[in-house]
Design a protein around this ligand. Structure first.
Ligand code: SAH
Ligand code: SF4
Ligand code: F3S
Length: 476
């Protein structure tokens, strides 16, 4: 019998991407192989995101197409995984009979069993004598809606299943306990649960033994890591120090940080540990105090600025990245102007900008969504343009300097590779030797673009001599 083929599409944040890797590793251990395309797959899985309506709409439309496909292929197994599975499980189970499995983010531990069960049911149904009747019963019974089972990050991970030779994500905590009024994540992912330091270090060590040199730690509020592990002294700063001791590790990043937990201890760790990435993703969401208060973010503009001032004093080379929401209920044009000014004051190196999207069940969804879409669109464009201006200026300042780039793979432009600096800047350069993938190479920046830099590869063994840091690099 030929091996069953799966196809998995992932939406959403890095945690979802990591969960997808765990799901894939489970399926492969079970003898499944990746299909060349979705149409070629026996099992179609979608790992979903609920953070904005647009993310959900893409999945609803995909499910519509799969419903049609399944009419001709009743054996096809369709699975909805992740945040929408958690958020819409009732609807998916009761109204979408073509969906065979609905698996929330805390139930990936036995995903392979779940898929097997659904496949067995569908095969039974396809060979049954009374398909119409059986379909309802069998598929109904075959739907597996699970939540709060075994979390993906508690599975002993198969470190070989990962998209990059040198890079890996490691989940340090799941869930979120913050009260942000607009956000669905605490509902879909549940309460904060931190993993013990020893487990994380063990996983990181196994990854590094297998060739990983860059690890990015993941948590929705990653710098609040450990606060639920009372009495263990587990903090992100301590975790960074422990991981820093792994000799093969060269870069250590962590996302996403919350301004309220940028402690002096963490600032010291960032300043003192040379392997720690030179960027901090510290979403501000808004630059207006009334909006921050309405969002229940727990800080003011002044407090945010004070916190980053401490960071800048001790680690002046660290760049800041942010997320912003525009068009939150009640956000006035004047509030928005303050956000633009704030973005410039901080001088973020990169920002994601999102139009506010009401999420049913959240506190903000009770408020009138009173900023018209055209105005949200305008604010979105203005803020992005302000950020692009800043990013371009920062990229221009790099022209002529040499940066150490971890080569990630082919660039969109043929004949070029792309990689990232310790500051997470994307750099493209002409190269053909695919042996460079996963290696650290020196690249001299020759051109600045709005979202990336172009450079030229310098003699390769220079990379082994140590880290070239763009902020410290000498002008050539
Ligand atoms: N835990 C992270 C990110 C969570 S979701 C943090 O707190 O920073 C990623 C981003 O999506 C958020 O930072 C926020 O900018 C955006 N976001 C969350 N809910 C949203 C909503 N309802 N509408 C628009 N953007 C939203
Ligand atoms: Fe959502 Fe706020 Fe938690 Fe981030 S910190 S995941 S924005 S509730
Ligand atoms: Fe989306 Fe869930 Fe991540 S809602 S942003 S996939 S935690």
């Amino acid at each position: 019998m030929t091996a069953p083929k799966y196809h998995l599409t992932s939406y959403g944040c890095q945690m979802n991407k990591l969960d997808s890797e765990l799901v894939e590793s489970r399926l492969r251990q079970r003898g499944y192989v990746a299909a060349a395309s979705e149409t070629d797959a026996d099992v179609v899985l979608i790992n979903t995101c609920s953070v904005r309506q647009h993310a959900e709409d893409r999945v609803w439309s995909k499910l519509g197409k799969l419903r049609i496909r399944k009419r001709g292929e009743p054996q096809l197994v369709v699975g909805v995984l992740g945040c929408m599975a958690q958020e819409h499980k009732r609807y998916l189970v009761s109204r979408m009979p073509h969906v065979d499995l609905v698996v929330g983010p805390s139930a990936f531990g036995d995903i392979d069993d779940t898929v097997e069960k659904a496949r067995a049911k569908n095969q039974q149904l396809a060979t049954g004598r009374d398909p119409a009747r059986t379909k309802h019963e069998v598929v109904g019974a075959g739907v597996v809606a699970v939540d709060q089972g075994v979390s993906g990050d508690l599975i002993r991970r198969d470190v070989r299943v990962r998209p990059h030779r040198s890079q890996a994500f490691v989940s340090v905590m799941r869930g979120c306990n913050m009260p942000c009024t607009y956000c669905i994540v605490p509902t879909t992912r549940g309460d904060e649960v931190s993993r013990p330091i020893a487990d994380i270090v063990e996983e990181a060590q196994r990854l590094c033994d297998d060739g990983v040199t860059e690890i990015t730690l993941l948590g929705q509020t990653v710098n609040a890591y450990g606060r639920d592990l009372t009495g263990q002294g587990a903090t992100l700063a301590r975790l960074l120090r422990e991981l820093h001791g792994i000799p093969a590790l060269r870069r250590l990043a962590f996302i996403t940080s919350h301004p309220n937990f940028l402690s002096a201890e963490l600032v010291d760790a960032i300043a003192e540990l040379p392997k720690v990435a030179r960027y901090l993703h510290l979403p501000a969401q808004s630059g207006s105090n009334p909006v921050l208060k309405a969002m229940r973010r727990g800080y003011t503009v002044e407090r945010y600025l004070a916190r980053i001032e401490q960071l800048r004093q001790k680690a002046p080379d660290v760049e800041l990245h942010s997320d912003f929401i525009v068009g939150y209920p009640g956000e006035t044009a004047a509030d928005f102007d303050q956000t633009v000014a704030f973005l410039r004051t901080v001088g973020f190196a990169q920002s994601y900008v999102f139009k506010y999207s009401p999420r049913p069940g959240t506190i903000a969804a009770e408020l009138p969504d009173d900023v018209p879409d055209a105005e949200k669109e305008r604010r979105n464009a203005v803020l992005l343009a302000a950020q692009e201006e800043l990013t371009l200026a920062k990229n221009r300042a790099l022209v002529g300097t040499t940066a150490e780039v971890l080569v990630e793979g082919d660039s969109k432009v043929a004949g070029r590779f792309s990689g990232r600096t310790a500051h997470h800047r994307l750099v493209h350069f002409a190269a053909t030797d695919r042996e460079l993938f996963g290696q650290y190479v020196p690249v001299r920046v020759t051109e600045a673009l709005a979202h990336s830099c172009v450079g030229e590869l310098l003699a390769h063994d220079a990379a082994q001599e140590g880290r070239a840091d763009p902020a410290e690099a000498q002008r050539a």
